[in-house]
Ligand binder design. Structure first.
Ligand code: ACO
Length: 320
């Protein structure tokens, strides 16, 4: 594959740490120190499908591709107002595409899982152009009275268009099942036969366990994909990491012995946007003219599951 277009759209409402401290027992100082987050964007007047549609349109424009030229739409999404139809189908309708469209859920790792699927479709010859969208509203699954979780997240959508090419040097996706560390159990409709499971509710997270799993898997995955691609870490222009938490990113950066310039961040402004964070940061780098043809990028993500993934990809947006 080759990435030929990027786009993103965030909710208009930006919430500061100070604003959060007005309704939960927290402080700007605590949140900055422990997470690096200063502000986050949260859904208020707009819907997630509107953000996803706008991100998709931007990515198509950037790629110079018409919706009718798409062969698949894959959307990474954990929760949305609609369970069915899929977010990918909904966005497909909004942009005027009739290609196959489906959602996948690999939590915060979803974007890289979608890249892995897209690569398989492109390699098999079943597709030429694929739209990958990440659309997430984690602020809709947290308890806004729980200071341990509600301060961490932000909403948004981001998208990329990929086409056939040789830019993806290596990719690794993995999953290790553990339901106890990070989960969200939604309530389902009662039936005459079931006693309704009362054990549902907002997002539950063991922060310290997530921290440990995240750094372990990210370091392991990045080392693996660099070796597979025969790339030295010093030759990587940017490590585009899942923006969960600045401390996680700093830990990985120092263990990798990499420079600040190699680790761009935006978690300070947008919080943890789940699977959106990598394509969102990529779009920012692209729009700000920070990417040059031939740049080597490493993506690395980790999330509930416990899922993780990484890849090495060359930035090669214009035709080879
Ligand atoms: N404001 C003030 N105090 C707080 C807050 C807050 N927002 N949140 C927790 N505290 C308190 C706790 O109640 C606790 O108080 P106590 O000692 O009186 O009980 C104290 O701070 C320490 O709590 P810890 O959970 O031990 O704090 P820690 O240093 O581990 O930081 C954090 C918590 C930031 C969640 C950290 O564990 C972390 O970064 N974990 C990674 C989690 C993550 O990134 N999750 C993202 C979602 S998953 C993903 O994207 C893969």
């Amino acid at each position: 594959m080759r990435i030929i277009g990027t786009g993103s759209m965030l909710p208009q409402k930006m919430v500061t740490n100070e604003q959060l401290s007005q309704f939960v027992d927290t402080s700007d100082e605590w949140i900055r120190e422990r997470t690096g987050i200063e502000t986050r964007c949260v859904l208020s007047t707009e819907s997630l499908e509107e953000l996803a549609t706008e991100a998709a349109k931007q990515a198509l424009d950037d790629a110079g591709i018409l919706p009718t030229q798409l062969d698949y739409i894959i959307c990474s999404n954990m929760v949305n107002e609609y369970v069915i139809p899929s977010m990918a189908s909904i966005v497909g309708g909004h942009i005027g595409s009739q290609c196959p469209a489906y959602d996948l859920n690999a939590a915060c790792t979803g974007f890289l899982y979608a890249m892995d699927m897209a690569e398989a479709l492109l390699q098999s010859g079943r597709a030429e152009n694929i739209l990958i969208i990440s659309a997430e509203a984690p602020t809709r699954i947290v308890d806004w009275n729980d200071r341990r979780t509600c301060v961490l997240f932000g909403d948004g959508a981001a998208a990329v268009v990929v086409t056939r090419g040789n830019a993806l040097r290596s990719i690794k996706v993995s999953s290790k099942s553990d339901k106890s560390v990070l989960y969200y159990r939604r309530s389902l409709e009662p039936t005459p036969f079931l006693i309704r499971d009362k054990n549902t509710g907002p997002l539950c997270m063991n922060g310290q366990e997530v921290f440990k799993s995240a750094v372990t898997s990210s370091l392991r995955d990045m080392q693996y994909v660099l070796k597979q691609a025969n790339v030295n870490k010093d030759d990587v222009t940017y490590f585009v990491l899942h923006q969960a938490n600045l401390r996680i990113i700093d830990f990985i950066k120092s263990h990798f012995g990499a420079t600040d310039e190699q680790f761009p961040i935006n978690v300070n402004r947008y919080g943890n946007t789940s699977s959106v964070s990598i394509p969102l940061l990529l779009d920012e780098l692209n729009k700000n003219g920070k990417l040059r043809k031939g740049d080597l990028l490493v993506f690395s993500a980790f999330g509930a599951g416990f899922t993780s993934a990484a890849c090495v990809i060359e930035w090669n947006k214009s035709a080879e």
